[in-house]
Design a protein around this ligand. Structure first.
Ligand SMILES: Nc1nc2c(ncn2[C@@H]2O[C@H](COP(=O)(O)OP(=O)(O)OP(=O)(O)O)[C@@H](O)[C@H]2O)c(=O)[nH]1
Length: 330
């Protein structure tokens, strides 16, 4: 299945997706003084763009557009700038829904293009990938999906179950390891995650593994503890390879909307985040938060999660994402 098809089928299933709101923005009764041209009968039947409803781009419409983008979790700053860019050169003109969607998709794709980058692979063996994020963001699932993809690409992968505080998390990772056909190194519940990371590093080096994926705990209640724990893992693996970790991936749950912005801010203080993976983009109307993140932080978005199955991790394609986000067809 193509990326776009999967995105379109799965992403933003919710009925309040941006596309529907954009349709309503043009079609619904506007504020007093604004003008909407109703489509002719033929236009309604065959749905030609020329016959679509149109609305004059004026201050009221600009304001509606700003509100819509803020509600779509783009964040206030990004929403205002995107709306202003769309209005530029269009003020006083009657525009159709399709024109509005295309203009928005172009703006979104322009913001997203620089951050759409796959996780870089380095000539390092093992390449150490530290995976961070709050509990429930989808770390375990994402590690399983990544392991499976890298394995399918011929890489030898080892997983370290670094969330030693929760037996359930370790068990879940073992299940994903089995599915991906990748060994999962574990340690007794409550033991030191850094010591497990060191053992995993040793094993990965001895066995000539290409990649070592290290899961970490995600409790944010006590930031100082978490920071110390992550710092200790990094210190310990650097005893074996001073350039490690080579990637620090922050896994974010798209359904949390603007909360994801706070998580990036927090985790950037806790660890040297090198890239993002956004999970659960299927079935949420909050995909706009990716635009906000790209605009605010410029961190690479390596992949997106579109479901709970092992092959539901897709590379991030800015144009397809933008079209799916605004509800444009192929
Ligand atoms: N729909 C959907 N669900 C996802 C996706 N990624 C993860 N999930 C689900 O989200 C839930 C949490 O995922 P986990 O991988 O356990 O998250 P975690 O960050 O490891 O959480 P802890 O194990 O609590 O630390 C699970 O029910 C997953 O199946 C996704 O892309 N789409």
């Amino acid at each position: 299945m193509s990326f776009f098809k999967k995105l379109k089928d799965r992403m933003f299933r919710s009925s309040d997706k941006i596309g529907a709101s954009l349709d309503a923005l043009i079609e619904e009764a506007p504020a007093a003084g604004a003008e909407v041209a109703k489509p002719g009968l033929l236009g309604r039947i065959i749905g030609r763009e020329a016959d679509e409803p149109r609305r004059v781009m004026d201050d009221a419409m600009l304001e509606n557009l700003e509100e819509l983008l803020i509600q779509a979790d783009m964040g206030v700053d990004t929403a205002l700038r995107v709306a202003a860019n769309i209005a530029e050169g269009r003020m006083g003109r009657r525009i159709s829904t399709t024109e509005l969607k295309r203009a928005l998709a172009d703006e979104v794709a322009r913001i997203m293009a620089p951050v759409a980058r796959p996780m870089p692979l380095y000539p390092k063996r093992p390449q150490v990938v530290l995976v961070v994020g709050v509990n429930g963001s989808g770390k375990t699932t994402t590690i399983g999906k990544l392991a499976s993809q890298f394995r399918a690409a011929g890489k030898q992968v080892v997983i370290a179950a670094g969330d030693t505080f929760r037996a359930a998390a370790v068990e879940q990772l073992q299940v994903w390891g089995q599915r991906a056909g990748v060994p999962v190194l574990t340690a007794p519940e409550g033991s030191d995650p850094a010591s497990l990371a060191f053992d995993a590093m040793t094993r990965a080096q001895e066995t000539g593994a290409d990649l070592l994926l290290i899961d970490t705990a995600g409790r944010l209640q006590n930031r100082a503890d978490l920071m110390e724990e992550l710092a200790k893992i990094v210190r310990v693996i650097r005893k074996k390879d001073e350039t490690a970790p080579h990637n620090t991936l922050l896994v974010l749950d798209a359904t949390t909307g603007q909360n994801a912005v706070n998580q990036v801010e927090t985790f950037r203080k806790l660890a040297d985040v090198s890239g993002l993976i956004m999970t659960k983009l299927d079935g949420t109307a909050k995909g706009g938060v990716l635009v906000s993140l790209a605009d605010k932080f410029g961190l690479p978005i390596h992949a997106i999660g579109l479901g709970e199955q092992i092959d539901d991790l897709a590379p991030f394609d800015p144009e397809d994402f933008a079209r799916a986000l605004v509800g444009l067809g192929d």
